[in-house]
Design a protein around this ligand. Structure first.
Ligand code: F6P
Ligand code: MN
Length: 313
């Protein structure tokens, strides 16, 4: 306990990673991404809304926030000195970093997930997946780290390098300081976030959701993947689904930029992530656009979803 007059020492992200004995290059990379997010936060807070393609007061061209966020992140990744290849949800092809670099890691990211929610002032986020080496088209099991930054009423950062899942919050000095270490999930969900139109659900998904409702699970869907997954992690239980739909058999979410990193974090916290048939992190992406259905969160519920999808489709 902190006594009056005593200050509680705050642990920032870099120090946390150092104390965990993390690789120095990986620490550098994750801290660069954290730095970039400070500029993204500012753009979200102060950027004019709905002005992409127009000029601002000073006659400067305005960029859509997602395009701007992409540029901010890309620049930092280029300058980190430890990145070989970059895949961004905003760019059609993999970019090879041509500045001098030791090319140890490759990074896939969604710079501003849920960007259409900015206009209605709901939470959005940045999602990042990190691989060692130059190849981004491997299964998610090969990730060496994953993280997201949530831009909500507060900005928080959650990362894992395979040594637990840790949460940091941005303080008044725009530093990320440790809030919670080693976040874990209970195996049974009391909240659920169902994406996709229900009248397009398969019988297995419909049975799964009906089951959750009968059990009294509460509906919690914001329309933003980052805040919805963050809620599951911070509440210590829950499921999120964006399943196979009759009119979209691969669902909506993208493997490289969205599903792999979130699956890594949720599995690290003791949860599971499945397409309904197999583990998300066993999928091998064929293209940057690769999508997959997803059931992710508390372990027992994901197993139940798999069982119902196997039985009923
Ligand atoms: O990037 C995709 C995304 O915006 C996610 O953040 C979110 O989970 C999902 O789409 C929401 O989709 P829908 O609008 O169909 O509910
Ligand atoms: Mn997205």
């Amino acid at each position: 306990m902190v006594e009056p007059g005593q200050t509680k020492f705050q642990i920032d992200l870099r120090r946390h990673m150092r104390e965990q004995g993390e690789d120095r290059d990986l620490t550098r990379l994750i801290c660069e991404i954290a730095e970039a997010s400070k500029y993204i936060v500012n753009s979200i807070r102060t950027g004019d809304l709905g002005v992409a393609g127009t000029s601002n007061l000073y006659g400067e061209q305005q960029l859509a926030l997602d395009v701007l966020s992409d540029r901010i992140l890309r620049k930092r990744l280029f300058h980190s000195g430890v990145v070989a290849n970059i895949a961004s949800e905003e760019i059609e092809e993999v970019i090879s970093v041509d500045v001098e670099s030791n090319r140890r890691f490759s990074v896939a990211y969604d710079p501003l997930d849920g960007s259409s929610l900015v206009d209605v002032n709901l939470a959005v986020g940045t999602i990042v997946s990190i691989f060692e080496g130059e190849d981004l088209f491997r299964s998610g099991r090969n990730q060496v780290a994953a993280m997201y930054i949530l831009y909500g009423p507060r900005s928080t950062l959650v990362y894992s390098t395979g040594n637990g899942v840790h949460e940091f919050a941005m303080n008044a000095l725009m530093e990320y300081t440790l809030v919670r270490e080693n976040i874990t999930l209970n195996s049974s969900a009391k909240i659920y976030s169902p994406g996709g139109q229900r009248n397009q659900y398969s019988p297995g998904t419909e049975a799964f959701v009906r089951d959750l409702e009968i059990r009294g699970a509460k509906l919690r869907y914001s329309g933003g993947f980052v805040p919805d997954i963050n809620q599951v992690l911070m509440k210590g239980q829950g499921v999120f689904l964006y399943p196979h739909l009759n009119n979209a058999p691969d669902g909506k979410l993208r493997l490289l930029f969205e599903l792999n990193p979130m699956a890594y974090l949720i599995e690290q916290a003791g949860g599971a992530a499945s397409t309904g048939k197999e583990s998300i992190m066993d999928l091998i992406p064929e293209s940057m656009d690769c999508r997959a259905p997803v059931f992710i969160g508390s372990k027992e519920d994901i197993a139940r979803a798999e069982m119902l999808v196997a039985q009923l489709g």
